[in-house]
Design a protein around this ligand. Structure first.
Ligand code: FES
Length: 136
């Protein structure tokens, strides 16, 4: 989902009365950040995460964006935003991840909070050096 599609979805959800309680947490502050791909995986700059609770990355070779966040323990979590129920694209609403197709909800670390999904979101390994994160 690109930025334009995301805002279209925000407008649609607002029209349905779903978005209003979530506005402060969902549409505001969502950022797609630039990335590059090399033999180390998807590379992003740590500095692009500053001022964001989470960011999205959209590598062309993946079926959905990556949700990247820094956890309280200073580790990074990178999840594929593709529902494990029937592969719809999952959307961040605050720090939870909601599937618009059948209502599954996942935590910001990918665990299932509400079914019908039974498996957690695909999690990528994240390595870091001084300036960059490498998502594998
Ligand atoms: S595809 Fe996500 S709940 Fe069914």
């Amino acid at each position: 989902m690109d930025r334009k599609d995301f805002f279209k979805n925000c407008v649609r959800l607002a029209g349905a009365g779903i978005l209003i309680p979530l506005l402060g947490q969902s549409c505001k502050g969502i950022a797609y950040i630039p990335h590059s791909i090399d033999s180390n995986g998807v590379l992003v700059k740590k500095s692009d995460l500053i001022d964001h609770r989470f960011v999205l990355i959209q590598p062309a070779n993946l079926p959905a964006p990556i949700f990247l966040t820094k956890l309280d323990n200073n580790q990074y979590s990178a999840l594929l935003l593709q529902c494990t129920h029937r592969a719809c694209e999952v959307r961040p609403t605050g720090m939870e991840l909601h599937c618009p197709c059948h209502g599954s909800v996942f935590s910001h670390t990918g665990e299932v909070l509400e079914s019908p999904a039974e498996r957690p979101l695909r999690r990528f390994r994240v390595l870091e050096d001084g300036e960059n994160l490498y998502i594998k």
